[in-house]
Design a binder for this molecule. Structure first.
Ligand code: SF4
Ligand code: SF4
Length: 461
């Protein structure tokens, strides 16, 4: 259920006018199959969509997929091939070697093909790491923070913790100099520890690119007990995860927790890491304040340009909507481009904007938020209109909190100055701040006991 933080897609229409908006596709060569059994991973239940399948992308389909993907990009200078799961490394190295062969075969002269892979990291050894390095893969590694927070839900099929295996995989990636991002999901076990999670990722893992994904496991009142037990194979009566219902599991974050987490991290980041550590949500916010298109669909006005490809060639509207009513077709029968540009898919993408309740349309931070992802819009607004995002209180709190620093950094950018200069302003203000003054994070504690003190990531683990 994780998503690689992809580089900006660069798809261009063959004839330059009118331009087709860029798209990218997350391919799942092993479907929902994974060697782990993370309790919150609703994608594990998607196995139920393909009962009886071997869950391995066949070689002919791999070739067809690469051919169509590259063709769909026309003369674009760069094409991203994004691998995801389940756990894509279960396919073995030969699968990826063949993919590279097909990429070389179908790429246009001078066209660059970039591969990304999202992995739980537990199967990465020196051979995998060298392969990723030698072939320029960008690796997204799922890690939820220090040991106790990570192991709360990221467990194997026997329910055993995985922290040590992930850290071993990370060590191999770092030994070989592989480019990697941390992908950290936020849930009830780590959401209250923003500073410690961030310090752990930055200082102990050496992460320079970090993506935080709030866990919102949506379900119906009827399915809630089974959903609470988890979506993996250890849970006997797991239902198929569908974007339905207005209940959430006990693991899910609340809007308030999400907002507080982001603010806690931001208050550390803005004091020491601007320009050296990239936190996706902060980049996305800055893009919206600056007036550039954000690189994340969740906080864009419309969406529908991030699709998912299953192991058998089925294409779905989005990785979060791999369910029968959002199946667009199969690339064995219809060209990928036809599916990407289909009227159903365009309607899917427009609905993100057109389905906003009035409360969002009139919101002061709508330009930065855009109502969040439609999958999480199952709450009602204060005036009773359905369709409000479950995370709205957190979005509001975070976007209001960062308004001034975002305006400052956007102004620096407009003057061709580095946004990192903002750290000097923070340092000067902190120098004047009395120890017992309220912390500017707004969490209610004194400065010296909150963001004025160093975090303790290992103690928190
Ligand atoms: S449904 Fe959500 S995750 Fe999917 S493309 Fe739209 S905003 Fe992105
Ligand atoms: S902060 Fe809340 S009200 Fe404002 S746009 Fe986002 S979801 Fe809508």
């Amino acid at each position: 259920m994780s998503t690689v933080w992809l580089p900006e897609p660069t798809v261009r229409r063959r004839d330059p006018a009118p331009r087709r908006p860029p798209f990218h596709l997350l391919a799942k060569p092993a479907g929902a199959i994974c060697n782990l059994d993370c309790t919150y991973c609703f994608f594990l239940s998607k196995e139920l969509l393909y009962e009886g399948s071997r869950f391995r992308m066949a070689d002919e389909l791999l070739q067809e997929y690469i051919r169509q993907l590259i063709e769909a990009h026309g003369p674009a200078p760069e094409v991203t091939v994004a691998w995801q799961g389940g756990e894509p490394t279960l396919m073995g190295l030969d699968f990826f070697r063949r993919s590279l062969e097909y990429e070389r075969r179908y790429a246009r002269p001078g066209q660059r093909i970039v591969n990304t892979v999202q992995t739980n990291g537990t199967l990465i050894d020196a051979e995998w790491a060298r392969f990723f390095r030698d072939n320029g893969f960008l690796v997204g590694l799922s890690i939820d923070g220090p040991r106790a927070m990570h192991d709360a839900y990221r467990v194997d099929k026997g329910g055993k913790p995985t922290f040590d295996r992930v850290m071993r995989g990370l060590a191999r990636l770092r030994d070989e100099g592989v480019e990697w991002n941390a992908l950290t999901t936020l849930h009830d076990a780590n959401a209250g520890h923003g500073r410690d999670v961030y310090a752990f990722l930055r200082d102990e893992c050496g992460a320079a690119h970090i993506q935080f994904i709030p866990i919102v496991e949506r379900t119906t009142a009827q399915d809630l007990p089974a959903a609470d037990a988890g979506w993996g194979a250890r849970s006997k009566d797991r239902p198929l995860y569908l974007q339905e219902g207005d209940q959430v599991t006990r693991r899910s974050v609340t809007g308030e927790q999400y907002g507080r987490f982001l603010i806690d991290v931001f208050e550390d980041w803005v004091r020491r890491d601007v320009g050296t550590v990239y936190v996706q949500m902060f980049d996305v916010a800055l893009a919206n304040w600056y007036g550039a298109p954000p690189s994340l669909c969740v906080h864009s006005e419309t969406c529908g340009r991030a699709l998912a490809l299953e192991h058998n060639g089925d294409v779905y509207s989005c990785d979060h909507f791999v369910e029968p009513r959002h199946l667009l077709g199969n690339i064995g029968q219809r060209h990928l481009l036809e599916l990407v540009d289909s009227p159903e898919q365009q309607e899917f993408g427009r609905h993100k904007r057109d389905g906003l309740p009035r409360y969002c349309r009139e919101c002061g931070v709508r330009f930065a938020c855009h109502g969040g992802c439609p999958k999480d819009r199952f709450d009602v607004t204060p005036d009773g209109e359905p369709g409000l995002n479950h995370l709205c209180p957190g979005f509001k709190e975070f976007f209001h909190h960062v308004d001034l620093p975002m305006r400052t950094m956007a102004a620096l950018l407009r003057e061709n100055l580095p946004p990192a200069l903002i750290m000097r302003q923070y340092a000067a203000a902190d120098d004047r701040r009395p120890h017992n003054a309220p912390c500017p994070c707004g969490g209610g504690r004194k400065w010296a006991r909150c963001h004025g003190r160093p975090p303790h990531p290992t103690r928190a683990g």
